[in-house]
Design a protein around this ligand. Sequence first.
Ligand code: HEC
Length: 136
Amino acid sequence: MAQTKLGYIASFALLVGVGACVAQNEMPGPSEGAKIYADNCTACHGMRADEEGILIGGQTAPDLSMISARNGGVFPRAAVLSQIDGYSRGTHAGQVMPAFGAGLTEQSVPVDVDGIMTPTPRPLAALLAYLEDIQK
Ligand code: HEC
């Protein structure tokens, strides 16, 4: 319970401009995304998302805590969302991730994507919150 509360507080801190009332259809917090990350992303991006992994074929899975740093200090939500979304459709690093794809049918939450409130599948929104939270 305390963890859920923390998650809400964190998502408020993250999201200026999303309504003030707390509900299931609001932006999830980083802790929710951390779980999804642990289940789906660590194989390539590392346990804490701040390592570079080398994949078969010499392709590098980038350090996900440096996305803002690589982008002039701005976290590019739209680009990150489409990267993860593309992953779920099997284009991200040429892999398919069935568990995550199934999650896409879940409820959507409104996410401020570079200034536009965009209905976004909850697991994607949670991953976004997590990645945004771990930026250095
Ligand atoms: C099969 C290995 C693999 C898995 C699993 C994987 N990724 Fe990636 N990821 C990569 C590779 C390789 C790249 C860089 C090449 C590319 O863009 O496809 C990348 C790039 C990214 C980027 C772009 C980073 C940037 O700086 O622009 C994001 C964001 C990302 N991954 C998020 C995730 C998330 C979230 C998950 C889990 C849902 C995940 N990845 C799972 C291999 C993987």
